[in-house]
Design a protein around this ligand. Structure first.
Ligand code: FAD
Ligand code: NAI
Length: 472
């Protein structure tokens, strides 16, 4: 039995970052994680590194390069003939990136003297001032503080049970060994659109079946409208207002029965089906009930703004608690909790967590959407500028999309920024920083932006709030 100041359960971006920060602050820390990779080996990094953010971005980059060389280079006067697609090599590159990073966390743990333990942890209860945590049969550790970062797992649909072959979740969809001719995806959310884009670029005929009547309802309406137009033009077939009836398999294909928005019965035949209908918090086997840990109606661990649970010295961060299911949000909460345990002031503003979709063009936003501001009766001004009027975007051949800035009508404080366009994932950070310092749109407008750069679109959008753009 070992004694630690802190035991972190889960080594995803919430847990491993929390463990490292605790160690930096002088605590004796262990991090317990149960993940095993396809070779059956312990692999740190959670969903994000193993089957999420990192492998999906590797394939997005490879597939975009393929699309560029097969479609876009001719506009630059470059003709490539006999272009070959080697999926095995593409997958091996992705796998190498993943294993480098997961092994890298082992190194980071060693460097910071974090004890890595493998196994499924569950709360056994409190013994005086100490929490007892089982990590394997008959094996337990003790700690003053516990940080739960057990993440999430894909939501399953009873009508479409996964078989890991033809019907897969995100992990399966990242590992196809050849391009499916016909790919169906249930759910046109972030995973559906990112992975749908990957396989479409590589040659699949991709159809997305989405239950919601509106496309990308979480995004600003104008962003959703523009991206639906762009993705449809790229060749993604997106059906909205879908009611899924059932999925059957013949030896050769999967057949999806559904009703369209008009109520007509439809059948879609596909070679592979990806189910991407959201994720559920992972509290399975954690011993929540026996320890008296409170969960909310959605099964998430109930926490306050500082990620404190109802149990003394037990915190929870990341996908297993309220808020967006994003890696950077999980990490920020992990840092906050470590600092709170160390007696410092920790803080994580959920309104300033940027959202990014790594499609082409990318989609990114932070703060309020127009529809939210209307609903909350907040008077606002909007400024917008298109990428097509920007010199760098023209040079790159990346002219789709716009930046829109929403600012308070009275104070000019920036309330939300919405981007559809190349490198939106990088550009949004300017908005996050500005909003973190309560900047006004005038502050952005008065900041010098390098020329020619995509960031000038942000600058012009800020000028547009005051109706004084220079280049349109
Ligand atoms: P996780 O990363 O899920 O890690 C939890 C860990 O805890 C896992 O290793 C799990 O095995 C372990 N665990 C669970 N229960 C126990 C237990 N009882 N004992 C021991 N160990 C346990 N987010 C972004 O911000 N950007 C992206 O580009 C992005 N892309 C994504 C792409 C895909 C395909 C998917 C599926 C997700 C993506 N996400 C992305 C979301 C991101 O992966 C999650 O928000 C993030 O991983 C959550 O981190 P976490 O630490 O809370 O949990
Ligand atoms: P999601 O919530 O983004 O999208 C799921 C979609 O499925 C929704 O549009 C929903 O309306 C639809 N849906 C639900 N039930 C359905 C049904 N029965 N039939 C048809 N459609 C149905 O969830 P997704 O794509 O599974 O991703 C999970 C989470 O992972 C995301 O919410 C996000 O937090 C994270 N993620 C983040 C990424 C990023 O930051 N770039 C990339 C991928 C995932």
């Amino acid at each position: 039995m070992a004694d630690f100041d802190v035991v972190v359960i889960g080594a995803g971006p919430g847990g491993y970052v929390a463990a490292i920060r605790c160690a930096q602050l002088g605590m004796n820390v262990a991090c317990v994680d149960e993940w095993k990779n396809v070779q059956g080996k312990a692999s740190l990094g959670g969903t994000c590194l193993n089957v999420g953010c990192i492998p999906s971005k590797a394939l997005l980059e490879s597939s975009e390069n393929y699309e560029r060389v097969t479609h876009d280079f001719t506009a630059h006067g470059i003709t490539a003939t006999d272009v070959q697609l080697d999926i095995a090599k593409m997958q091996a590159r992705k796998d190498k990136i993943v294993s480098d990073f997961t092994l890298g966390i082992n190194q980071l743990f060693k460097k910071n003297k974090v004890t890595a333990l493998h196994g499924r942890a569950s709360l056994l209860g409190r013994d005086g001032e100490t929490w007892r945590i089982a990590i394997a049969k008959g094996e337990e550790v003790r700690a003053q503080h516990v940080i739960i970062a057990t993440g999430s797992t894909p939501r399953v649909l009873p009508q479409a049970p996964l078989d890991g072959e033809r019907i897969v979740d995100n992990a399966g969809a990242l590992s196809f060994d050849k391009v499916p001719k016909r790919l169906a995806i249930i759910g046109a959310g972030v995973i559906g659109l990112e992975l749908g884009s990957v396989w479409r670029r590589l040659g699949a005929e991709v159809t997305l079946l989405e239950a919601a009547p509106a496309f990308l309802a979480v995004a600003d309406e104008q962003v959703a409208k523009e991206t639906l137009r762009i993705f449809t033009k790229q060749g993604l077939k997106i059906h909205l207002g879908v009611q899924l009836d059932g999925v059957t398999q013949t030896g050769k294909e999967v057949r999806i029965a559904w009703h369209d928005a008009q109520g007509a019965a439809q059948i879609l035949a596909a070679d592979k089906l990806i189910v991407a209908v959201g994720r559920v918090p992972n509290t399975q086997g954690l011993g929540a009930e026996q320890a008296g840990l409170l969960l909310d109606a959605a099964g998430r661990i109930e926490v306050d703004e500082y990620c404190r649970s109802n149990l003394v010295n037990v915190y929870a961060v990341g996908d297993v608690v309220r808020g967006p299911m994003l890696a950077h949000k999980a990490s920020e909460e992990g840092v906050m909790v470590a600092e709170l345990i160390a007696g410092q002031a920790g803080h994580c503003d959920l309104n300033l967590v940027p959202s990014v979709m790594y499609t082409a063009p990318e989609i990114a936003w932070v703060g309020k959407t127009e529809q939210q501001l209307k609903k909350e009766n907040v008077a606002y001004k909007a400024g917008q500028f298109p990428f097509i009027a920007n010199g760098r975007a023209r040079a790159l051949g990346e002219t789709a999309g716009f930046v829109k800035i929403l600012a308070d009508a009275a104070t000019d404080r920036i309330l939300g920024v919405h981007i559809v366009g190349a490198m939106a994932s990088e550009l949004i950070q300017q908005a996050v920083l500005a909003m973190a310092f309560s900047a006004s749109s005038e502050d952005l407008a008065r900041t010098v932006h390098a020329h020619p750069s995509l960031s000038e679109v942000m600058h012009e959008a800020a000028l547009a709030v005051d109706k004084r753009t220079i280049h349109i």
